[in-house]
Write a protein that binds this ligand. Structure first.
Ligand SMILES: NC(=O)c1ccc[n+]([C@@H]2O[C@H](COP(=O)([O-])OP(=O)(O)OC[C@H]3O[C@@H](n4cnc5c(N)ncnc54)[C@H](O)[C@@H]3O)[C@@H](O)[C@H]2O)c1
Length: 249
């Protein structure tokens, strides 16, 4: 018996990195998991991996910036499993551009993928949670939403927006039994940071009190905690920081 036994979760960005690790961990803890991503091939691999490990998983190919597709994602979860207990908004992207060179389309794309997507996931899933009187939302932000990052005004703004959305929605729906929280990881070894220069990574590691980046499976337990009962019962509007010591609020 896992701590999420019998619960149903949607995890976006579940084809890779942190989202894939959270989907694995939720399934290992007994949840039925709908994995959502736009990467069809890696999504299939992730679903198969969970099945091979004895878990229960289905998938939805979704562009999380699209209102109709995200609504269909929630409907698919209801069709597959009958309810939505947990929503993890993890899909995201990262590009680096100094503000003085940033075109408007670059800004708009980042806000759509990293912030609008979180609104959309919540917009369609939370009413079902409110109606059933229980639910958990875990939004994956970033410590850069707290401290800011060079050449990352768009990413930092989107992630700060996720933290603000989390607090506001937490106040709105906690009285209905729905707990909304965020995770703000530090640098984690995933494809998202693969393109960043080795020089930057060496300098960044030296700056971290822990001296190293995290791994996706080191973030997943925080997502399990926030979804669990009683472990997550008192977290409301919080932003937890598994970040190698990069930010100490
Ligand atoms: N890796 C880090 O250092 C780090 C640090 C802090 C926060 N984060 C956040 O963690 C989350 C996961 O990142 P990751 O590092 O695992 O990256 P990743 O690139 O390994 O995974 C991101 C996933 O999101 C999916 N995705 C992107 N845009 C999408 C869209 N429009 N529709 C559907 N799916 C889409 C991708 O296909 C991919 O599978 C992101 O929100 C990221 O900002 C990552």
């Amino acid at each position: 018996m896992g701590v999420l036994n019998g619960r149903t979760a949607i995890v976006t960005g579940a084809a890779s990195g942190i989202g894939a690790a959270i989907a694995d961990a939720y399934a290992a803890e007994g949840a039925n998991v709908l994995l959502a991503d736009r990467d069809v091939d890696r999504l299939a691999v992730a679903v198969e991996r969970i099945g091979a490990a004895g878990g229960t998983a289905t998938s939805a190919v979704v562009d999380v910036t699209d209102a109709e597709q995200t609504k269909a994602m929630v409907d698919a979860c209801l069709a597959d499993f009958g309810r939505v207990d947990i929503l993890v908004n993890c899909a995201g992207m990262l590009t680096e551009v100094p503000l003085v060179e940033m075109d408007v389309a670059t800004w708009d794309e980042m806000i759509a993928v990293d912030l609008r997507s979180v609104f959309l996931g919540c917009r369609w899933a939370v009413p079902h949670m409110v109606a059933q009187g229980s639910g958990r939302v875990v939004n994956v932000a970033s410590q850069l939403g707290i401290k800011g990052g060079e050449s990352l005004v768009h990413y930092s703004a989107a992630k700060a927006g996720v933290i603000g959305l989390t607090k506001a929605l937490a106040r709105e729906v906690a009285p209905h039994g729905v707990l909304v929280n965020a995770i703000a990881p530090g640098p984690i070894e995933t494809p998202l940071v693969a393109g960043i220069s080795e020089d930057w990574k060496i300098a960044k590691r030296a700056e971290l009190p822990l001296g190293r980046f995290g791994l996706p499976h080191e973030i997943a337990p925080t997502a399990v905690l926030l979804a669990s009962d009683p472990g997550g019962n008192l977290y409301v509007g919080q932003t937890l920081g598994p970040n190698s010591g990069d930010v100490m609020p």
